[in-house]
Design a protein around this ligand. Structure first.
Ligand SMILES: O=C(CO)COP(=O)(O)O
Length: 261
């Protein structure tokens, strides 16, 4: 972590929690997190689409400092696309962030690099900040191709993304073999790839972009292992799945593993 970049802890709830459960979880987070916590780090939740209006009402009504976003968006802006949700709808609901290219979308919904690139572009069209997810599966890691694979996903997703847009992107390095498995990458493993991602951003853009972009690690992050991850120079936070459904553990993660704020 560098002091120049504000850490971001984002909870990807995946397909969990209805809107009533969403309200309860956000209330618990808001009750525990203090202004000091929010001064030190940005805390975001990424609920299912059906929860977003409830989260918006709560955040606006109680002037909470928690921000929120969605887990996916359509590449289309409006029209006859049954089942899709557009970036403009998400922006209207006050979303700050939207995930693009999560490995579960790539794996179960056939999203390829070209589609992920189109989703990144769609996010920018509606002033949403993309959290671009990249990361290799186990066979690639075992063959030692993890850096090249992840960097190639990055290159593809950033195709046509301009300097001013790239400045605000968030990258999440999530090795697929570490997601939901309890198998967390070692801090050194995570740093190796996150460092390579930052170096690539410098090549694709410049030092301003590379030095300003936040790179998160994701994959079995918990309160008990976040401190070692945050000690790495090129890791600026975490994209958290399972542990983000446990308010006490997500608060601990947002405090870099410390119990109190
Ligand atoms: O996929 C993830 C976050 O997007 C990681 O999930 P887990 O934290 O449950 O491993």
């Amino acid at each position: 972590m560098s002091t120049a970049r504000k850490p971001l802890f984002a909870g990807n709830w995946k397909m969990n929690l209805n809107h009533l459960e969403a309200i309860a979880l956000v209330q618990k987070l808001a009750f525990t997190l203090t202004d000091k916590d929010f001064d030190r780090a940005e805390v975001a939740v990424l609920p299912p689409f059906t929860d977003l209006r409830s989260v918006q009402t709560l955040v606006d009504g109680d002037k909470l400092r928690i921000v929120y976003g969605a887990q996916d968006l359509s590449v289309h802006d409006a029209g006859a696309y049954t089942g899709e949700v557009s970036g403009s709808m998400l922006a209207k609901l006050g979303c700050t962030y939207v995930l693009a290219g999560h490995s579960e979308r790539r794996q179960y919904h056939g999203e390829d690099d070209q589609l992920v690139n189109a989703k990144v572009q769609a996010a920018y069209r509606h002033s949403l900040t993309p959290i671009l997810c990249v990361g290799e599966g186990l066979p690639v890691r075992q063959a030692g191709g993890h850096v090249a694979y992840t960097v190639s996903q990055l290159d593809a997703a950033l195709n046509g993304v301009k300097h001013d847009q790239a400045k605000s992107i968030v990258i999440a390095y999530e090795p697929v073999w570490a997601i939901g498995t309890g198998e967390v990458a070692t801090p050194d493993d995570a740093q190796e790839v996150c460092g390579a991602v930052r170096a690539r951003l410098a090549e694709l853009y410049d030092e301003e972009v590379a030095g300003g972009v936040r790179i998160l690690y994701g994959g079995s992050v918990k309160g008990a292992n976040i401190a070692g991850i945050m000690a790495q120079p090129d890791i600026d936070g975490a994209l958290v799945g399972g542990a983000s459904l446990d308010p006490a553990d997500f608060v601990k993660i947002s405090r870099f593993g410390e119990m109190s704020g």
